[in-house]
Design a binder for this molecule. Sequence first.
Ligand code: MG
Length: 182
Amino acid sequence: QAENLNTPIISEEGINMLIQLIKLMKAETVLEIGSAIGYSAIRIALATEAKIVTIEKDSASYQLAVDNIAKCRMTERITILNQDALDVELNQKFDLLFIDAAKSQYLRFLEHFKDNLVSGSVVVCDNLLFHGMVENPDSARSKRTKDLVKKIAKFNQELINHPDFETYIYEIGDGLSISIRK
Ligand code: MG
């Protein structure tokens, strides 16, 4: 379905890393920003015991995700919200936050949900190398892509230097960061 709709989903390498991390941490609660069609939330739910809250802004994607979650019989484990994540206020703590949504908003997502994390919570961000363009910005064809790549590169630095997190960025899938909340 993702292929047919041209919806970007996390790489196989990326999702495996994320699932292993969740298992190693024994994470019980996961918050995902950017459900798309529900692929990563469902993969996590199938492979772990975690309860997942996932947020999707786009109504069409949300509807597909709702259907996919129901088809996989994961409605008990996955709560999905059709909202802009920046408008969502949650008073729950999460063991892991997975950010895989609008690339230009990553720092805002991180700051918005920072208080939903506890010391030792982990933040994973996807697409931080953006098809290799972050390391090689001249390979970006359009100005729009170039601007986005610049924003991602800026976020990567902000994340690495963020005083509340200990971060490394890995060349896994499309570039995955792992940050531990201090
Ligand atoms: Mg992604």
